[in-house]
Design a protein around this ligand. Structure first.
Ligand SMILES: [Zn+2]
Length: 294
């Protein structure tokens, strides 16, 4: 079992421990559970979907990296596939607070990067902040997304975000988690560049068209990609680096062991991710940061 789960494990009920151990007991547990695993866990633990998502929150929060606030937030996103995806907040010392990732953004982006096409619900251990309510309104689930909190009734995003402004108020655009491919190409035979290009092609930037993606390589040669997730209200947009760091953290990687990073974006984009990407990666100790443009 990964060290991050050790302290919280004793707080999980014995019945649920028994059901979870075949998965969380592995060092390579990817902080997600497939629909098949969820069914098995529900059968052994006798939990229903919602009781299970709530019971998993402390394990999701154990993935939090919060050196500034020491406030540990966990989230569990359930996809229409039946898969469950963990999410946790992330903070980075040495850069502005705007680089922070919230747990809801983490769980949603985690699901997106693993290929989930739509979310049914999100379960969180604290009420979602305004920033996250707006971020969630970008999803193709719309305001029907179910939002669960401990000791609260079932509500939807529409309850948390009345009189919402979102993508449907603008032009007819793809929504977050819709499948897209922008068709950009780069004739460079470098695995990391091609991984970043693929992330760029799947990024969500319907308002600025400034598509961007990134690929990170760690000391174990593992590659983690991240896609830009733009928001109709602009400010809750999630940069590609944050998406990749979410993926890396959830997969059990160490965000301070990145040895090379490649950002891909359009040379004539209205926006550039470069300066923020480079400064945050430098703060994380990565010195080899490259930018490729199409
Ligand atoms: Zn939030």
């Amino acid at each position: 079992m990964q060290a991050r789960f050790h302290a919280i494990w004793s707080e999980i009920t014995p019945k649920l421990q028994k059901a979870l151990l075949p998965y969380i007991g592995n060092d390579d547990f990817p902080a997600m559970l497939t629909a098949e695993q969820v069914e098995s866990i529900k059968q052994i633990s006798e939990f229903d979907d919602q009781a299970l998502a709530l019971a998993l929150l402390p394990l999701a929060a154990a993935c939090s990296l919060a050196p500034i606030s020491h406030f540990y937030v966990g989230a569990i996103a359930r996809g229409e596939s039946g898969n469950l995806y963990f999410g946790a907040n992330m903070e980075f010392t040495g850069v502005p607070l705007q680089q922070t990732v919230h747990a809801e953004q983490s769980a949603i982006t985690h699901a997106w990067l693993r290929g989930e096409k739509k979310l049914v619900s999100i379960t969180i251990n604290y009420s979602p902040c305004g920033h996250c309510r707006q971020f969630m309104n970008e999803l193709n689930s719309g305001t029907q997304l179910e939002v669960y909190l401990p000791n609260r009734p079932r509500l939807t995003l529409a309850d948390y975000l009345p009189e919402a402004f979102g993508p449907r108020d603008l032009t007819d655009t793809p929504l977050l988690l819709d499948t897209v491919h922008h068709g950009y190409q780069l004739a460079i035979s470098d695995e990391l560049v091609q991984a970043a290009l693929d992330a760029t092609n799947r990024s969500h930037a319907p308002y600025s068209q400034s598509h961007a993606g990134i690929a990170l390589q760690d000391e174990q040669e593992k590659i983690y990609t991240g896609r830009y997730a733009e928001n109709a209200a602009f400010n809750p947009s999630l940069p590609p680096l944050q998406a990749a760091l979410i993926f890396m953290n959830m997969a059990g990687g160490n965000c301070q062991s990145i040895k090379r990073a490649v950002l891909v974006e359009g040379e004539n984009n209205h926006l550039s991710q470069w300066n923020a990407t480079e400064s945050t990666l430098t703060a994380l100790g990565c010195t080899k940061v490259q930018r490729y443009t199409f």
